[in-house]
Design a protein around this ligand. Structure first.
Ligand SMILES: Nc1ncnc2c1ncn2[C@@H]1O[C@H](COP(=O)(O)OP(=O)(O)OP(=O)(O)O)[C@@H](O)[C@H]1O
Length: 262
């Protein structure tokens, strides 16, 4: 099996960084997300800018669900915001298939309309669709995230996990090709956490060509991923098979515990 990628810049087949790409949903040479040699510092007035991303590169194949992990403060959210176009890198290049959507950690920042149906339809206003088309897109998107029965519900009455799923449905209704998901399960209990992650997995399995990059600290979530990226200190240090990255992080954590107990 050829596990190389077609390099978009040189047109050559190149080996993926550090590891092979696991193929679960589909084999593809098509890249949905790519950042190359990204550098970023937050501007400061008084002190010299501290580098946050250092020559950081990432590439994610189309139609797959990948996770981005790493210690607190290593730059995961910053990288995601650069990929979303919410921040500009100091240098480096970014390619992300559009339309794309950034889903925030706190769904209250994203779910804005009074009912579930109105909220999922909110972003469709700009697309000049007939009301039948709007209804059909809303219904398909809610089905993909397992929220069909909640269409008429007031968003105020939903749990955190249900709100997250409504936010994801909004992106799917707009036919987003890339979902950038920033620690969606941080504030959720275990059942909501599993509900949201299954909703993303199901959205990818049922909507052709949608790609998701999911920032998380929860190693158990890697069970749902097609691949993973591990960052440290502003750089991608490991890339590829989710199980291998899980074992690597577990070994790191166990070394750390041994160190503090010694
Ligand atoms: N607006 C800002 N101004 C200055 N520094 C910032 C700003 N936002 C983030 N940082 C710093 O950038 C670094 C990377 O932050 P980022 O949020 O990307 O890390 P992270 O890996 O997502 O962390 P966590 O896992 O804790 O969410 C941190 O040191 C953080 O303090």
């Amino acid at each position: 099996m050829n596990l190389s990628y077609l390099d978009r810049f040189s047109g050559r087949l190149v080996a993926p960084l550090y590891s092979t790409i696991p193929i679960r949903s589909q084999r593809t040479d098509d890249i949905a997300i790519e950042g190359r040699n990204l550098n970023f510092s937050f501007p400061t007035r008084h002190v010299k800018a501290v580098p946050i991303l250092r020559d950081c590169s990432i590439r994610i194949p189309s139609g797959q669900f990948w996770m981005l992990l790493g210690p607190n403060g290593c730059g995961k959210s910053t990288l995601l915001k650069i990929l979303a176009g919410l921040l500009n890198p100091t240098s480096g290049t970014v390619y992300v298939k559009g339309p794309k959507s950034f889903v925030f950690q706190n769904p209250d920042h994203q779910v804005v309309m009074p009912t579930v149906e109105a909220d999922v339809a909110f972003g469709l206003g700009k697309l000049n669709l007939t009301s039948d088309e709007v209804r059909s897109r809303v219904s398909r998107a809610l089905h993909a995230v397992g929220m069909s029965d909640y269409m008429q519900r007031s968003v105020q009455t939903l749990s955190g996990g249900q709100k997250q799923r409504v936010a994801i449905a909004g992106a799917l209704a707009e036919a987003c090709k890339v979902l950038l998901l920033d620690e969606l399960t941080t504030f959720l209990d275990e059942s909501d956490q599993v509900g949201v992650i299954k909703a993303v997995r199901n959205s990818l399995d049922t909507s052709a060509g949608v790609t998701a990059l999911w920032v998380t600290h929860r190693l158990e979530e890697l069970n749902y991923a097609d691949g993973a990226v591990y960052m440290e200190d502003g750089k991608v240090v490991m890339y590829g098979d989710a199980e291998r990255i899980k074992s690597f992080i577990e070994a790191r954590q166990s070394d750390y515990i041994k160190q503090i107990n010694s």
